[in-house]
Design a protein around this ligand. Structure first.
Ligand code: 5GP
Ligand code: ZN
Length: 135
């Protein structure tokens, strides 16, 4: 944990361009923005990823992401925004301290979203059983 870059940013050991800070959260500019105004939101406390972060901390972070997204649009840094949470290496998580990306999007910024695949015959029926949640 001592080697965690986002813990160092949270403690002020490493500088960052901060857009919000309170006792639980910090929001700051990503060092390599998808578009200018790309913000990362972190809990100050170290959790490896969303699966290990308490629900109430996740909820507060999502609410902050919504507010920052509104600011992106109001400031015209984006006409829209994507919210991203990369979870584990397979999904592109590089920094193992839970964080939310809020990424400004502009028409013709050349980024693409995922391209969907098709389900094979009878595959969706099996998959949905694996994913059903208890109430
Ligand atoms: P991940 O792939 O883990 O979801 O994204 C990590 C993000 O952290 C990347 O977008 C990367 O540019 C950003 N990042 C990595 N190191 C630093 C840093 O030292 N300062 C800031 N502001 N952002 C960083
Ligand atoms: Zn950390």
């Amino acid at each position: 944990m001592n080697n965690c870059i986002f813990c160092k940013i949270a403690s002020g050991t490493i500088p960052a361009y901060k857009v919000f800070e309170d006792e639980n959260y910090l929001a700051f500019l990503d060092i390599a923005p998808v578009n200018p105004g790309h913000v990362l939101i972190i809990p100050k406390k170290h959790f490896v990823d969303i699966t290990e972060t308490p629900d109430e901390i996740v909820e507060g972070a999502i609410t902050l992401a919504k507010k920052i997204g509104g600011k992106i649009i109001a400031s015209k840094l984006g006409e829209g925004f994507n919210i991203g949470i990369n979870t584990k290496t397979a999904a592109g998580q590089v920094v193992n301290h839970f964080h939310i990306h809020v990424m400004p999007r502009l028409p013709n910024d050349k980024y693409q979203l995922w391209h969907g695949k098709n389900y094979a015959a009878a595959e969706a029926e099996k998959i949905v059983e694996k994913l059903k949640l208890e109430e």
